[in-house]
Design a protein around this ligand. Structure first.
Ligand SMILES: [Zn+2]
Length: 337
């Protein structure tokens, strides 16, 4: 895309339409559109990658491999605090990458495991998740790249939507549409029910340990609906998020629900890991329900901390949407000490 007057006009019109739809600040809407939908975001991401390569920047966290029968999940710590994932199908010696936006580090992971890349799964269009696609597509032109066409995901070869199931090698991934952070955000659930093992959800920027993604392209009601989709998953489902935000999220969780002991215990645990730069993933859906304020919008204490009026029914959808919206905007300006 080149910047002609027509292009600038088109960007301003589209950005202002989304500002009006979701109540954004118009200047934020224009800047966000430039980042998310034009070459400006790609250019910024490529600069970030090149600076990381020059500095030979290593991973931000030490990770552990998680092995199940015939499958290994390897988190790959990339950029400043992102996680990509390598899922290995040992039966066919195939690898599937989730959100591999830093090609240098994901290639090292593929080489270390000595496996062939079979596919790439993208949760959403932000460059710190999809910005490796163009380079990886050039390196592996026959590899399928899955993602939702509603986001500006480069080099997609296969479009996915809510309710799809994808079979890659011997593994099956269920697609769950979770708009809110972006309109086209999806999660992928590695379904292990048949094997009698916990399934795994790759939650991108929808759900983090004790937190959820910033609402860039939706509103509180949309985000609440997407958060409720997580409650359909078994409590034992492992959660593999797109960022390492555990300690700052847990500190925010304590600030809005100070009497919750599950938060204090998890923060003590997370602090001890992060003091050694160890990764905190995965958590489980059951654990998240016990301390993640965004999955606890029905809790009266949280509502009270946010200054909401007393309710006769704290499970009311409109009230919970308001709580999610207030929680997220409070989190945007929260400074963890
Ligand atoms: Zn994002």
């Amino acid at each position: 895309m080149t910047f002609t007057l027509d292009t600038v006009h088109a960007i301003v019109v589209v950005a202002l339409a989304s500002a009006k739809r979701f109540g954004y600040d118009p200047m934020f809407a224009v800047l966000y559109y430039l980042y998310a939908r034009t070459f400006v975001g790609r250019w910024l991401h490529l600069n970030r990658l090149s600076a990381a390569t020059k500095a030979q920047k290593g991973s931000h966290s030490k990770v552990k491999l998680h092995r199940y029968s015939g499958v290994t999940i390897k988190p790959i710590a990339i950029l400043d605090d992102n996680y990509a994932y390598l899922i290995i199908d040992h039966n066919l010696k195939l690898g599937i990458l989730v959100d591999p936006s830093e090609p240098r580090l994901v290639q090292e992971a593929l080489k270390a495991e000595d496996i062939n890349l079979a596919a790439i799964l993208i949760t959403h269009g932000h460059w710190d998740h999809s910005g490796g696609n163009t380079i990886l597509h050039k390196l592996y032109p026959d590899i399928a790249i899955y993602g939702n066409s509603e986001d500006n995901v480069p080099n997609l070869t296969h479009f996915v939507k809510d309710g799809d199931s994808i079979k890659i090698g011997t593994l099956v991934f269920d697609v769950i549409g979770t708009p809110g952070h972006t309109l086209g955000h999806v999660m992928y659930t590695l379904n292990r029910k048949e094997q009698g093992e916990p399934s795994s959800v790759f939650s991108g920027d929808h759900l983090f340990l004790a937190g959820c993604g910033r609402i860039f392209e939706g509103n509180g009601a949309m985000m609440l609906k997407s958060l409720d989709r997580l409650l359909e998953l078994d409590d034992k489902t492992l959660v593999w998020p797109g960022h390492e935000y555990a300690t700052s999220n847990l500190k925010f969780a304590i600030a809005v629900e100070p009497s919750n002991k599950a938060i204090i215990e998890k923060l003590t645990w997370a602090d001890s890991l992060r003091n050694n730069c160890e990764s905190t993933c995965p958590s489980t859906i059951g654990e998240e329900k016990s301390y993640n304020p965004f999955l606890r919008s029905h809790i009266p204490e949280i509502s009270k901390t946010l200054g909401c009026p007393e309710q006769t029914d704290y499970h009311n959808q409109n009230h919970r949407a308001e709580v999610v919206s207030l929680l997220r905007s409070k989190k945007n300006s929260f400074k963890a000490k």
